[in-house]
Ligand binder design. Structure first.
Ligand code: ACO
Length: 333
């Protein structure tokens, strides 16, 4: 059995910034409410005709990750992309990325697992590398959540943002890279967060994409409690599996859904917030893209050193959740 190690990271967000103050002109809300209840100050929104569709952002993030890995686009043999907002019903965004970056030697497909899409994709790629089915894999999370926002629902539209992140995985025969991945789901609660048929009009101040023929509906309060429980449980399961405790962890990179959820997670696993990476204030909830964007930023900010234990942990629609423990082995300094 081989280990899958992360050898490159990359991310991209659209240029257009939508601030909480902008949102005050769209729904009955305030910067104060959004900041206090969610930690979000602004989010990035894709614009029509600017080359900012999900596959564009995903391709750009992928090229940055490949460049860091020192790998040409023809080298990955596998591309797996997590998304709940594909540009088209079919083909997969992964295949559109394959075309755009000319990754001619890869098998490509998408994974739909709500906000957990990236960690589900990472786990599949990890298994493929561990068992010899793949040598070099590109794993991506890409979302345009703005395209499924209900701009009349203040309890959801203030949360959502757009972006993409990617990692390149290589094969290792050392005890490094992804040590283990742990996934879970409970379909009994899918009605807490789902797509509803309909196309809410985007607000005039946004040159957003046309809405998709569905929008995001959510029971935020119930979901909040489920999120804290499953994030903490799967984080502990992943640490215990590797005989690690919170004090061994250098950095937690959680899904960025709500700062209060992240703080509750840190509290439950007894870690100070200094060991938890957050960028939700800049991007809001970008679903499958949030972990790879945050991991890329932490990496490029020089926060990670070879040997560091990094805990990736997520929760999302489905319900789904997951965690991966990584012994970091990439040094970009
Ligand atoms: N501005 C002002 N007031 C608001 C807003 C807003 N944007 N949104 C809701 N309110 C009001 C409500 O109407 C309510 O008013 P009331 O007391 O008069 O009825 C009050 O604020 C409190 O509403 P709650 O829903 O109880 O607020 P809460 O503190 O739960 O925060 C939130 C809402 C932010 C949605 C939170 O529940 C949350 O983050 N839930 C989890 C989201 C999540 O984890 N999603 C999972 C991943 S997402 C994915 O998979 C795509």
């Amino acid at each position: 059995m081989f280990k899958a190690r992360i050898i490159g990271t990359g991310s991209t967000t659209p240029k257009r910034i939508l601030t909480n103050t902008d949102l005050e002109n769209i729904v009955d809300t305030s910067d104060e409410w959004i900041t206090r209840r969610t930690g979000i100050k602004e989010r990035r929104i894709s614009q029509k005709g600017k080359g900012e569709k999900a596959f564009d952002l995903a391709a750009d993030a992928s090229l940055k990750a490949l460049e860091m890995a020192g790998m040409g686009p023809d080298e990955p043999d596998l591309i797996i992309l997590g998304t709940i907002t594909p540009d088209r019903q079919f083909p997969s965004v992964a295949c559109m990325v394959q075309d755009k970056i000319n990754a001619v030697n890869a098998n490509a497909f998408d994974v739909s697992a709500g906000c957990s899409g990236f960690l589900y994709a990472l786990s599949i790629a990890e298994n493929a590398i561990a068992t010899g089915g793949s040598e070099k894999a590109l794993v991506i999370g890409a979302e345009l959540l703005s395209s499924v926002a209900n701009w009349e629902d203040r309890s959801t539209c203030v949360l959502l943002g757009d972006g993409a992140g990617a990692v390149v995985l290589g094969r290792s025969d050392k005890d490094e890279g992804i040590l283990s991945s742990h996934l879970g789901s409970d379909g009994r609660y899918w009605k807490l967060l789902y797509s509803e048929e309909g196309t809410p009009d985007p607000p005039k101040i946004l040159e957003a994409f046309e809405g998709k023929p569905y929008y995001l509906a959510m029971e935020g309060n119930k979901l909040f409690k489920k999120a804290v429980k499953h994030l903490a449980d799967v984080a502990m399961e992943a640490l215990r599996h590797n005989n690690l405790s919170g004090s061994d962890v250098r950095l937690v990179v959680p899904h960025q859904a709500n700062i209060r959820i992240i703080e509750a997670l840190a509290d439950r696993i007894s870690l100070p917030m200094e060991k938890v990476y957050t960028n939700i204030h800049k991007y809001g909830n970008t679903s499958s893209a949030s972990i790879p964007i945050a991991l890329d930023e932490a990496n490029r900010e020089g926060m990670l050193r070879p040997g560091d234990i990094v805990l990736l942990v997520t929760f999302g629609a489905g319900l789904t959740w997951g965690a991966s423990v990584v012994r970091w082995s990439l040094d970009i300094r």
